[in-house]
Design a protein around this ligand. Structure first.
Ligand code: SF4
Length: 442
């Protein structure tokens, strides 16, 4: 399979990310000799600090599939999963991982040769969470266990209140917090059983505090992108999200955003932008990118279009903004933080008839980052999160009137759905729409 040349990056910090990903993977391979347990883990599941406090090494499934896609090396794993009757239209993060697991089991536990960056270590446990919306996140651990029958599984739900314009979120949040807190407690018990170690609650508290500070620093750092020209766009953010997404609760993640912050401040000072001439500012409204085609961000940049903000992987908000109730229970704190991350947009949406929280979030970025349009990416193999994209675009148009919107179509991992020439043609047409929109406003 052809390996794509890496995309040029606007920041030196983003260029350090491959080191993070490599070291996360190699930690899973070295864990056994270091006497640590490895857990298959999934993003935004609220288990980060629990794993860090218990010295459990997370093996991030979505990250590994994204890496296989970026290396254009996913096809062999997708085909392997297909040969076991997993449809390609299932989540390709899951099928890529499953294909890798099946191959490794067939090879007696040896990493399949040529696996990107040495592959992922075999897990001692699987710690999952469906985050309410995703059916593969429920079924993926179960399917994995079919091939790794000795590996115990914990899967939670991390439910948060669904959006209901008739209900004040405050009336229901506490029930969800109670549920999640108990689920996290169950997860701790599961980890204690598998590792044979007791949770160190002081260590957990310290990890939660570090995670809070990382959330604040991350948000403050990303807000520097409001500058014109923007010093970093979504193309780089799809890399700089790695520490907050996969290393939350570690000092390395915090230190990374310190460095990124300093770098962006310097760029703002020097007025160093992402595009040669910044003509159009866009919000990446939703959708995971095609990991094998990140160069498309550069194609946008070449047309003078930059992305100062995105909802995807902007997985942290300032802690103050969330107005979290005081609690001495670190698990309850994690639960409140997760719930309020979603629900704090509900109030704004209730004030605009016909709107929705995700749309309010996009409009907040359009206003705060002075953007001219919104781009979504609809990945065919994700039927949960990406399914709401067309609705979001419709609500945006209904509530906010004309605003140029592009919905790109493709996949996260499966390159067979991608045609570069067609994608670039659609971007070209969108740039013309943006130009006309800007002229009509001047
Ligand atoms: S949200 Fe979508 S991409 Fe993520 S695991 Fe679920 S189906 Fe896959």
């Amino acid at each position: 399979m052809e390996e794509k040349k890496p995309r040029a990056l606007a920041t030196q910090s983003a260029a350090k990310i491959p080191k993070f990903v490599r070291s996360n993977l190699s930690a899973t391979l070295k864990a056994r000799e270091e006497g640590k347990k490895v857990a298959y883990a999934f993003i935004m599941d609220g288990h980060d600090e629990i794993m860090r406090a218990m010295d459990i090494v997370p093996a991030w499934g979505e990250s590994f599939s994204g890496l296989c896609a970026a290396k254009r090396d996913a096809e062999q794993y997708l085909q392997k999963a297909e040969s076991e009757n997993f449809s390609r239209s299932l989540c390709t993060y899951a099928t890529c991982n499953l294909g890798f697991d099946i191959l490794r089991e067939e090879m007696g536990g040896e990493t399949p040769p040529g696996a990107p960056w040495g592959g992922m270590g075999r897990p001692d446990m699987i710690i999952g969470s469906a985050q309410q919306l995703c059916d593969p996140r429920f079924k993926w651990p179960q399917a994995t266990r079919h091939y790794l029958p000795d590996v115990p599984v914990f899967v939670g739900g991390m439910y948060y209140p669904p959006w209901d314009p008739q209900t004040d979120r405050r009336e229901v949040e506490k029930f969800y917090v109670k549920y999640i807190t108990e689920e996290l407690r169950e997860c701790v018990r599961f980890c204690e059983k598998v590792t044979g170690k007791k949770m160190d609650w002081d260590r957990l508290e310290a990890a939660v505090d570090l995670a809070d500070r990382t959330w604040d620093l991350f948000d403050e750092t990303y807000a520097l992108r409001k500058a014109r020209p923007t010093p970093m766009d979504t193309g780089d953010a799809m890399n700089t999200m790695v520490p907050i997404t996969f290393n939350l609760g570690t000092q390395e993640a915090y230190d990374f955003y310190k460095e990124l912050n300093a770098e962006l401040r310097e760029k703002v000072e020097k007025k160093e932008g992402v595009a040669e001439e910044e003509k159009y500012r866009l919000v990446w409204g939703a959708g995971l990118p095609s990991w094998f085609a990140l160069g498309d961000f550069q194609y946008f940049n070449g047309k003078g279009a930059v992305f100062p903000a995105e909802t995807t992987y902007h997985v942290a908000q300032p802690i103050d903004r969330l107005d979290l109730p005081n609690t001495s229970d670190p698990l309850e704190h994690i639960a409140w933080r997760l719930i309020r991350y979603y629900t704090h947009w509900y109030d704004k949406a209730r004030q605009k008839p016909g709107s929705a929280p995700l749309v309010e979030r996009i409009m907040e970025y359009v206003d705060d980052y002075k953007c001219d349009g919104v781009v979504f990416h609809s990945a065919f193999s994700c039927r949960s999160w990406h399914a709401g994209i067309i609705l979001q675009a419709e609500v945006l148009r209904k509530v906010y009137g004309h605003i140029p919107i592009l919905i790109m179509e493709g996949d996260i991992v499966d390159i067979s759905s991608y045609n570069e020439a067609d994608t670039h043609n659609r971007i070209d047409a969108f740039i013309e729409t943006l130009e006309a929109y800007k002229n009509s406003r001047n």
